[in-house]
Design a protein around this ligand. Structure first.
Ligand code: SF4
Length: 174
Protein backbone atom coordinates (compact mmCIF):
# COMPACT_ATOMS: atom_id res chain seq x y z
CA UNK A 1 0.00 0.00 0.00
CA UNK A 2 1.47 3.38 -0.89
CA UNK A 3 1.61 6.08 1.75
CA UNK A 4 -0.98 8.07 -0.24
CA UNK A 5 -3.61 5.41 0.31
CA UNK A 6 -3.27 5.11 4.11
CA UNK A 7 -6.64 6.21 5.53
CA UNK A 8 -6.66 9.21 7.82
CA UNK A 9 -7.76 8.85 11.43
CA UNK A 10 -11.14 10.35 12.31
CA UNK A 11 -10.18 13.65 14.01
CA UNK A 12 -13.34 13.69 16.16
CA UNK A 13 -11.97 11.03 18.52
CA UNK A 14 -8.20 11.52 18.90
CA UNK A 15 -6.03 8.72 20.21
CA UNK A 16 -5.65 9.33 23.98
CA UNK A 17 -2.43 10.61 25.48
CA UNK A 18 -0.56 8.18 27.75
CA UNK A 19 2.06 9.14 30.31
CA UNK A 20 3.42 5.61 30.49
CA UNK A 21 4.92 3.26 27.88
CA UNK A 22 2.24 1.27 26.04
CA UNK A 23 2.55 -2.51 25.80
CA UNK A 24 1.43 -2.49 22.16
CA UNK A 25 4.33 -0.18 21.29
CA UNK A 26 6.85 -2.08 23.38
CA UNK A 27 5.77 -5.50 22.01
CA UNK A 28 3.85 -4.84 18.76
CA UNK A 29 4.23 -8.44 17.58
CA UNK A 30 1.92 -9.67 20.36
CA UNK A 31 -0.94 -7.57 19.04
CA UNK A 32 -0.85 -8.87 15.46
CA UNK A 33 -4.00 -10.86 14.70
CA UNK A 34 -5.92 -11.81 11.54
CA UNK A 35 -9.49 -13.05 11.86
CA UNK A 36 -9.59 -16.84 11.65
CA UNK A 37 -6.05 -17.48 12.94
CA UNK A 38 -6.61 -20.12 15.62
CA UNK A 39 -3.11 -21.58 15.92
CA UNK A 40 -1.98 -22.35 19.48
CA UNK A 41 0.89 -19.90 19.15
CA UNK A 42 -1.49 -17.09 18.16
CA UNK A 43 -3.96 -17.91 20.92
CA UNK A 44 -1.27 -17.68 23.60
CA UNK A 45 0.09 -14.45 22.17
CA UNK A 46 -3.36 -12.89 21.94
CA UNK A 47 -4.08 -13.78 25.57
CA UNK A 48 -0.94 -11.87 26.53
CA UNK A 49 -1.97 -8.88 24.42
CA UNK A 50 -5.46 -8.82 25.93
CA UNK A 51 -4.09 -9.03 29.47
CA UNK A 52 -1.82 -6.07 28.69
CA UNK A 53 -4.76 -4.06 27.30
CA UNK A 54 -6.89 -4.74 30.38
CA UNK A 55 -4.30 -3.06 32.58
CA UNK A 56 -3.58 -0.27 30.09
CA UNK A 57 -4.35 3.20 31.53
CA UNK A 58 -5.94 4.39 28.26
CA UNK A 59 -7.95 1.29 27.38
CA UNK A 60 -11.32 3.11 27.23
CA UNK A 61 -10.01 5.87 24.97
CA UNK A 62 -8.14 3.33 22.84
CA UNK A 63 -11.34 1.35 22.34
CA UNK A 64 -13.29 4.43 21.24
CA UNK A 65 -10.50 5.37 18.82
CA UNK A 66 -10.33 1.82 17.40
CA UNK A 67 -14.12 1.70 16.94
CA UNK A 68 -14.15 5.12 15.25
CA UNK A 69 -11.41 4.07 12.82
CA UNK A 70 -12.42 0.73 11.27
CA UNK A 71 -10.13 1.13 8.26
CA UNK A 72 -7.10 1.58 10.52
CA UNK A 73 -8.01 -1.34 12.78
CA UNK A 74 -9.02 -4.02 10.29
CA UNK A 75 -6.61 -6.44 11.97
CA UNK A 76 -4.92 -6.75 15.33
CA UNK A 77 -5.87 -6.57 18.98
CA UNK A 78 -6.97 -3.13 20.10
CA UNK A 79 -8.21 -2.47 23.63
CA UNK A 80 -8.45 -6.25 24.20
CA UNK A 81 -10.85 -6.70 21.26
CA UNK A 82 -10.54 -8.74 18.08
CA UNK A 83 -11.65 -7.37 14.68
CA UNK A 84 -14.89 -9.36 14.90
CA UNK A 85 -15.70 -8.02 18.39
CA UNK A 86 -15.11 -4.48 17.16
CA UNK A 87 -17.49 -5.04 14.27
CA UNK A 88 -20.15 -6.22 16.74
CA UNK A 89 -19.58 -3.22 19.00
CA UNK A 90 -19.83 -0.78 16.05
CA UNK A 91 -23.12 -2.36 15.05
CA UNK A 92 -24.45 -1.98 18.59
CA UNK A 93 -23.35 1.64 18.75
CA UNK A 94 -25.03 2.35 15.43
CA UNK A 95 -28.26 0.71 16.65
CA UNK A 96 -28.14 2.68 19.87
CA UNK A 97 -26.87 6.09 18.74
CA UNK A 98 -27.69 6.19 15.01
CA UNK A 99 -25.57 6.30 11.86
CA UNK A 100 -23.46 9.22 13.13
CA UNK A 101 -22.60 7.42 16.35
CA UNK A 102 -18.98 8.63 16.13
CA UNK A 103 -20.24 12.22 16.23
CA UNK A 104 -22.49 11.41 19.20
CA UNK A 105 -19.64 9.74 21.12
CA UNK A 106 -17.33 12.68 20.29
CA UNK A 107 -19.98 15.10 21.57
CA UNK A 108 -20.32 13.07 24.79
CA UNK A 109 -16.54 13.18 25.22
CA UNK A 110 -16.49 16.96 24.76
CA UNK A 111 -19.34 17.39 27.26
CA UNK A 112 -17.54 15.16 29.75
CA UNK A 113 -14.27 17.11 29.34
CA UNK A 114 -16.16 20.37 29.80
CA UNK A 115 -17.80 19.04 32.97
CA UNK A 116 -14.41 17.97 34.33
CA UNK A 117 -13.02 21.44 33.54
CA UNK A 118 -15.99 23.13 35.22
CA UNK A 119 -15.63 20.89 38.26
CA UNK A 120 -11.94 21.75 38.51
CA UNK A 121 -12.79 25.46 38.48
CA UNK A 122 -15.87 25.10 40.65
CA UNK A 123 -15.67 21.82 42.62
CA UNK A 124 -18.96 20.08 43.41
CA UNK A 125 -20.12 19.90 47.02
CA UNK A 126 -20.27 16.44 48.61
CA UNK A 127 -24.05 16.38 48.07
CA UNK A 128 -23.72 17.41 44.40
CA UNK A 129 -21.05 14.78 43.83
CA UNK A 130 -23.29 12.12 45.35
CA UNK A 131 -26.04 13.24 42.96
CA UNK A 132 -23.66 13.09 40.00
CA UNK A 133 -22.60 9.56 40.94
CA UNK A 134 -26.21 8.43 40.67
CA UNK A 135 -26.06 8.47 36.86
CA UNK A 136 -22.83 7.06 35.38
CA UNK A 137 -21.80 7.98 31.81
CA UNK A 138 -22.36 5.37 29.07
CA UNK A 139 -19.64 3.03 27.82
CA UNK A 140 -19.33 1.58 24.31
CA UNK A 141 -19.16 -1.98 25.67
CA UNK A 142 -22.73 -1.73 26.96
CA UNK A 143 -25.45 -3.46 25.02
CA UNK A 144 -27.88 -1.79 22.67
CA UNK A 145 -30.88 -2.05 25.01
CA UNK A 146 -32.16 1.32 26.13
CA UNK A 147 -31.49 2.20 29.75
CA UNK A 148 -32.67 5.71 30.69
CA UNK A 149 -30.73 5.51 33.96
CA UNK A 150 -27.50 5.24 31.99
CA UNK A 151 -28.06 8.26 29.75
CA UNK A 152 -25.17 10.77 29.78
CA UNK A 153 -25.30 13.05 32.80
CA UNK A 154 -25.74 16.50 31.29
CA UNK A 155 -26.11 19.66 33.41
CA UNK A 156 -29.81 19.67 32.41
CA UNK A 157 -30.21 16.11 33.60
CA UNK A 158 -28.42 16.90 36.87
CA UNK A 159 -30.83 19.78 37.42
CA UNK A 160 -33.80 17.55 36.61
CA UNK A 161 -32.56 14.89 39.06
CA UNK A 162 -32.20 17.55 41.76
CA UNK A 163 -35.69 18.91 41.04
CA UNK A 164 -37.21 15.45 41.26
CA UNK A 165 -35.47 14.67 44.56
CA UNK A 166 -36.34 18.05 46.04
CA UNK A 167 -39.96 17.58 45.07
CA UNK A 168 -39.98 14.09 46.58
CA UNK A 169 -38.34 15.22 49.84
CA UNK A 170 -40.15 18.48 50.45
CA UNK A 171 -43.16 18.51 48.16
CA UNK A 172 -41.77 21.79 46.74
CA UNK A 173 -40.06 22.70 43.49
CA UNK A 174 -36.89 24.84 43.43
S1 SF4 B 1 -5.42 -0.73 25.27
FE1 SF4 B 1 -4.80 0.12 23.29
S2 SF4 B 1 -3.07 1.48 23.76
FE2 SF4 B 1 -3.35 0.10 25.51
S3 SF4 B 1 -1.99 -1.64 25.15
FE3 SF4 B 1 -4.00 -2.19 24.32
S4 SF4 B 1 -3.94 -1.62 22.16
FE4 SF4 B 1 -2.23 -0.54 23.19
Amino acid sequence: MSIDTVPEADPRIPFPHADTALACRAHPGRFVYEHGDTSADTTGRIDQARAACRSCPIVNGCLKWALANPELTVTGIWAATTPRQRTTLRRRLQDRLGPDWVGVVAQQERARAQRRQEQRLNPLSVADRAMADLAPAPHPMWGSHYEPWREPLTPERQQRNRDVLLLGLTGRTA
